[in-house]
Design a protein around this ligand. Sequence first.
Ligand SMILES: Cc1ncc(COP(=O)(O)O)c(C=O)c1O
Length: 152
Amino acid sequence: MSAAELARCGGTPVLTPQQVNAGIGSWPEVLPDDIDAVVEVLKSSHEPWGFMHPMVRGFQRTYGEFVERSHCLAVATGTAALHVAVAASGAEAGDEVITPALGFVASATCVLHHNCIPVFADVDPRTFNIDPEDVRRRITPRTRAIIAVDLL
Ligand SMILES: Cc1ncc(COP(=O)(O)O)c(C=O)c1O
């Protein structure tokens, strides 16, 4: 899909207003099975966070297969996942990480959590996603990672 086809740019919305009002497509989608699984982990786990629970390990294995990766680590929030990604990039304290100037606050705080320096790149006004040309301008010898957010 090109940016010109996005609904916010005048393209046809994927959902009708009636579907939106009925809650279809709402985010995050939490289904009854999801709630049951979380409750089961909480009730049967020997530690309070449950990351060693067989169901969590099974989720990591299944999701890793789904995205065709040999390693998968489940975390509790998107913010934690972003921090893990910054750490996995090999960035060290004082390194620069380029992140979109528009987005959710965690796109920048995950960099700070790792004692790195967020460098804000502008976004494309059509898509609201990070502008590759502005990213190129901001790359320095201290740049260790680029956070590309598919915001909308
Ligand atoms: C683009 C984006 N990144 C990161 C996050 C952080 O997720 P969480 O609230 O689970 O920490 C959000 C949450 O809405 C988000 O929209």
